[in-house]
Design a protein around this ligand. Structure first.
Ligand SMILES: Cc1cc2nc3c(=O)[nH]c(=O)nc-3n(C[C@H](O)[C@H](O)[C@H](O)COP(=O)(O)O)c2cc1C
Length: 451
């Protein structure tokens, strides 16, 4: 069987995706402010041969009808949370192989500053960095930044312009071989090989030199997770690692095939896009015990907090809808992924499902051996390349996976037995840089296609 890509889904805050589970006795996320918590976690992930730690993020917090319900503060729904990017150099220093994917919003960040941060992280991690490119729908964030909210499809048009400028800065400013660092000749860099970038896009303009020298990967590994039709088109054009969201294997199989087809239509090798989806496992010596353990975690979900969390992602208050209405009739200018996921369900079914899962995809229970076999079947049934492991409690859910399930996955050949070397992109695709058929490649000096 093919080896899977394994990521850990984290947020630099108190709740992950199941609102209320922060209060479970085995939960240690309240330590999120301590670097030691993250260092211990990163080392645990490396012990389990994880490929990367994914740090999701947004500036937002819930708002319903313009007000932040008190439950958001009481249950720490998306507030408080710290900036995840600032953890990464410390975690890179504490690990050798683990890569880091971190969210940065194309709707609210500035392309030049963002590219510079990622280039710096690529240097400091030795090429172990990925950028989860998100468009941000939150009206709360628009208010926080003093901006007008941007409509759904326009957010993706902005994101494409943001990426195009990022490609020019990261690929087009400093040629290979521009840095000499020749002390004897007293020449640090060769001016003939360093070029001004000129960008006059529909949303962003920039003229001048990028002020970071080329980093190991140049462009960070590009991650994307929008599942709307526009989001998928954007992913097919740009992304290398796509987080798919579906509620079952057939839905994911269809998404994997659709994404690969779209990447091909964009002139990209379909194999240059890897797909992963969420996975939670709860394990115990018997399936019954594992199910009881899951029920215990879920008993901490706060329904009111979950509803508020759903609204903050989608702009939709589930309680304001007719429970018997069909979800396919629901429309939003917010994030569409969590709406399209329920297109075949009633509002009542969708609400019940969301309370159980949050944003999770697969939740598997069983003995370590049963789980390993089921994960193998999921890979075969869907064509997925891997999973974003989403814990219920941290670090306990990771320890369960690493100590009990990973050895079984290794027996099936699904998880590696030692790490290779190289940048994140080399580990995923065998090359440190984006391939020639990726849109960023056209901005390499000598291949400049114009502003
Ligand atoms: C695994 C996963 C991680 C995500 N992480 C973030 C994140 O860190 N920040 C964010 O604002 N949105 C995040 N999202 C949401 C998506 O990036 C996207 O904005 C959302 O699905 C709406 O996209 P759409 O309008 O194309 O449906 C994540 C989604 C998934 C499945």
């Amino acid at each position: 069987m093919k080896q899977i890509i394994l990521g850990a889904f984290e947020i630099n805050g108190v709740n992950l995706t199941s609102q209320g589970v922060w209060a479970h006795p085995d939960q240690h996320t309240h330590r999120y402010k301590d670097l030691s918590y993250w260092i211990e976690l990163a080392r645990l992930l490396e012990r389990g041969f994880f490929d990367f730690l994914f740090l999701a993020d947004s500036y937002g917090y819930p708002s319903l009808g313009g007000e932040t319900p008190e439950v958001a503060f009481r249950q720490a729904v998306e507030i408080p949370k710290n900036d995840p990017m600032l953890l990464i150099p410390a975690l890179a220093a504490a690990t050798e192989h683990l890569s880091f994917a971190v969210t940065s919003s194309s709707t609210f960040e500035q392309p030049y500053a963002n590219a510079r941060r990622f280039a710096t992280l690529d240097h400091l991690t030795g090429g172990r960095i990925a950028w989860n490119v998100v468009t941000t729908s939150s009206a709360v964030v628009a208010d926080l930044f003093g901006r007008e909210p941007v409509a759904h499809d326009e957010r993706y048009a902005m994101a494409q312009d943001f990426l195009t400028l990022s490609y020019k800065l990261l690929e087009g400013s400093w040629e290979d071989g521009s840095v000499l660092a020749d002390k004897a000749a007293r020449r640090y860099a060769d001016p003939a090989k360093i070029h001004q970038v000129v960008h006059e896009g529909p949303y962003y303009r920039s003229t001048g030199y990028f002020n970071c020298e080329p980093s190991p990967q140049r462009v960070p590994v590009l991650v994307q997770a929008g599942a709307s039709a526009t989001g998928r088109a954007f992913a097919a054009a740009n992304a290398e690692l796509v987080f798919l969201q579906g509620k079952d294997a057939p839905m994911l199989r269809e998404q994997v095939a659709d994404l690969r087809r779209r990447a091909g239509e964009q002139g990209r090798d379909p194999d240059s896009v890897k797909t992963i989806s969420g996975l939670s496992v709860v394990t115990a010596p018997t399936r019954e015990e594992a199910e009881r353990k899951l029920d215990d975690y879920l008993s901490y979900v706060d329904p009111e907090a979950a509803r508020v969390y759903y609204a903050s992602m989608t702009g939709i208050d589930l309680a304001a809808l007719d429970p018997d209405a069909h979800f396919s009739t629901v429309r939003t200018e917010g994030g569409r992924t969590q709406v399209e996921r329920y297109k075949d369900s009633t509002v009542r079914e969708a609400t019940a499902d969301f309370l159980r899962r949050g944003m999770r995809e697969f939740i598997l229970t069983g003995t370590p051996q049963e789980l390993a076999e089921e994960i193998g079947r999921l890979v075969e049934d869907t064509g997925l390349d891997g999973f974003n492991y989403t814990p219920f409690v941290s670090p306990g859910s990771y320890a369960d996976l690493v100590d009990d399930v990973i050895p079984e996955l290794q027996k099936l050949g699904l998880v590696r037995e030692n790490y290779g070397r190289g940048t994140f992109r080399e580990r995923l695709f065998g090359s440190a840089h984006l391939p020639a058929d990726h849109p960023a490649a056209q901005f390499r000096p000598g291949r400049e296609a114009g502003a």
